[in-house]
Ligand binder design. Structure first.
Ligand code: ADP
Ligand code: MG
Length: 628
């Protein structure tokens, strides 16, 4: 007989469940409605995927992001489990075929966006399906109190009308009490079992450091910790700047942000995963699907935008259960700057109206018109054309997206193409002149046909592998060949794909959703204030503060955050630790002492001064302290 355990082993190759996966799965199999609250990386997907495999029919999964859906479909397909999404832009005919496949092709999973679910056609088709289970992933999107509110999530309960007998499982990593109540209410789950894994991460040390010299502190951290790390910053430019700075100081790092082309993203990600560059400096675009177990430190050089985001980002450290650090570097100016940046980057209703109107104008869409196919959308070109501030415009588009006015797919994969502009004899001559490029040109010609006749899609990774060089080198060579007028090279774009979901009505559209927008903006401001309160509160254990925020009543102190350590240090006597250290090491500079002890630099300096005046230690000509 097939059991959840068998399936886990056969399809996933894991020997045991993580707590509380097994309880959740068995509750779902009993037909209960379930809300599962597990931290990011806690293994939520399996909680609906395994029951679905044990039941007859198709499991409908609602998920907010195209990329997340595609990721999961690929993962399932690789395990020989049939799963599909409905690609954006599918025609009605194509959808009829897709649903026929679903009904008769032994499919186990259908992934849908909440917007898709609002289509009458799709609703009809769903009511005819044999549905095994309804899974709502990232269910916090239903709540205005969640950090990714999506109004269309509030319409999901239509699934209950279409399939009244099927039970529902809602999953999220956000467990604030308000969000949980909203999930139950909006999904109309009267009889619901809630499973909650405690959010405490005992191996994660939260540390908030006040420092006026963040870069120096950064260097200091990496001198101590030689292990995979993530540094979060708040602008795209800074990712590159900081990464350059780290490399110049001998710390190998790469950078990542939403504006990189898909290939550049993949390179940065791969180099980090295989630890060629163990440090990655990134904006919060670096997040989804990161499951590297041995990240030892996550550093925020700027304040995160909410406690929810902070938890998610910090939570990428120490997945393997070993100790990891989450460090926020901050200074007195930070809080004011954060408030100011937020003020500047959140559009008001009038600005949203402008962005919205210009978007339709940009693509020459007439009043009342709705164009169904997707547009290739270059965000920066759009901002430049209308003189819009990018950060504000970005948020404006997000608001339009989450209100179902447009659909914006940011991780739109387009392959690079090349075409030769000269004939093969000229290529040969060039190859002989530049022997370093000869092997590469040979493998290029061998791998792709038709390069002389038309633009051909190529894959820089595959080429690199075949030619035995790095992907960066492939790009460099291709760019050089283009410069020398041998080829035309279109590097994979970082454009987005844009769909209009509403006919153009200009201000009318925005007026209709203005209440949602108001709520959204207020909430954004509130989230920042909550984060600031957390940063400023150095009386209560960081972990306790976070767990309280997520509704846990009386959590334990962690003993390893900056607040706990500071309390310990006043008790434990820093001086005696310094003396102990000097017994081992004979002579050390104050910096070296600081690097070896987990106390604040200022506290160490005070204690050194005291020890000096008590003549317990001395200071050498080289500014090193020694025991008398
Ligand atoms: P979440 O959605 O909660 O963030 P995922 O479902 O994406 O988490 O799972 C995170 C990772 O944990 C995945 O790589 C998954 O394969 C792994 N995982 C899930 N369950 C188990 C298990 N029982 N044993 C080992 N690894 C697991
Ligand atoms: Mg998930």
């Amino acid at each position: 007989m097939l059991t959840p355990q068998n399936i886990l082993k056969t399809y996933w190759g894991f020997n045991s469940f993580k707590e509380p996966q097994e309880e959740i799965i068995s509750s779902v199999l009993q037909g209960n409605n379930v809300i599962a609250l597990l931290p990011t990386g806690g293994g939520k997907s399996i909680c609906f995927q395994i029951p679905a495999l044990l039941k007859e029919g198709v499991c409908i999964v609602i998920s907010p992001l195209i990329a997340l859906m595609q990721d999961q479909v690929t993962n399932l397909t690789n395990k020989d489990i049939k799963a599909m999404t409905i690609p954006s832009g599918s025609s009605q005919d194509e959808m009829i075929t897709l649903f026929d496949n679903l009904r008769f092709g032994n499919y186990k999973f259908l992934y849908l966006s909440p917007e898709r679910l609002q289509s009458k056609f799709i609703q009809d088709k769903i009511s005819q399906l044999n549905v095994s289970l309804i899974a709502i992933d990232e269910a916090h999107c239903i709540s205005e109190w969640g950090h990714d509110f999506r109004p269309s999530y509030q319409q999901i309960s239509i699934l209950k009308e279409l399939q009244p007998k099927v039970n529902i499982i809602a999953l999220t990593a956000t467990a604030t009490p308000k969000v949980v109540t909203d999930i139950a209410n909006y999904l109309k789950l009267d009889d619901v079992t809630v499973f909650k894994k405690l959010f405490s991460r005992e191996n994660l040390a939260y540390q908030i450091y006040f420092t006026e010299d963040k870069l120096y502190k950064l260097k200091q951290i990496f001198t101590k910790t030689k292990a995979p790390a993530i540094v979060y910053v708040n602008t795209r430019n800074k990712t590159k700047e900081i990464s350059t700075y780290l490399n110049a100081n001998g710390f190998k790092s790469g950078f990542y942000h939403g504006g990189l082309s898909s290939i550049e993203k993949k390179i940065a990600f791969d180099d980090w995963m295989n630890e060629k560059t163990p440090i990655i400096v990134a904006t919060n675009a670096f997040g989804m699907g990161i499951d590297k177990p041995n990240v030892r430190v996550v550093i925020h050089l700027n304040l995160p935008s909410s406690i929810e985001n902070y938890i998610q980002e910090a939570g990428r450290g120490g997945r393997d259960g070993n100790k990891a650090f989450s460090v926020v570097l901050t200074n007195n100016g930070d809080i004011a700057t954060t408030r100011e940046i937020q003020q500047k980057s959140l559009p008001d209703i009038e600005e949203i109206k402008q962005i919205h109107k210009k978007l339709y104008q940009h693509f020459q869409i007439a009043k009342g018109e709705l164009i169904e196919e997707g547009f290739d959308f270059n965000f920066l070109a759009f901002c430049n054309k209308y003189n819009f501030i990018p950060s504000k415009t970005f948020n404006g588009l997000q608001i339009l997206h989450s209100n179902g006015i447009i659909q914006l797919n940011n991780d739109f994969h387009q392959k690079s193409t090349i075409q030769f502009l000269v004939n093969s004899a000229q290529i040969l001559r060039y190859a002989n002149k530049y022997p370093t490029k000869k092997t590469f040109l040979n493998s290029l010609l061998r791998m792709y046909g038709g390069l002389f006749e038309q633009a051909v899609k190529i894959d820089e990774f595959y080429l690199a592998k075949k030619a035995g060089i790095t992907s960066w080198t492939v790009i460099e060579i291709l760019e050089k060949l283009q410069e020398d007028n041998l080829i035309e090279y279109h590097k994979a774009t970082n454009n987005s794909e844009l769909y209009f979901l509403h006919p153009r009505e200009d201000d009318k559209t925005i007026n209709r959703i203005s209440k949602n927008i108001d709520v959204y903006l207020k909430l954004k401001y509130q989230k920042t204030e909550e984060l600031i309160r957390f940063i400023e509160n150095n009386d209560v254990c960081r972990s306790v503060q976070l767990l309280n925020y997520f509704g846990e009543k009386s959590p334990k102190k962690c003993g390893i955050c900056d607040v706990c350590l500071q309390k310990k240090s006043t008790v434990k006597n820093i001086s005696s630790e310094i003396i102990e250290l000097l017994q081992d090491k004979s002579a050390l500079s104050s910096k070296e002492i600081y690097e070896q002890l987990s106390f604040k630099e200022a506290d160490i300096l005070i204690n050194l001064r005291n020890l000096l005046s008590e003549e317990k230690i001395g200071l050498s000509n080289y500014n090193k302290y020694f025991l008398r």
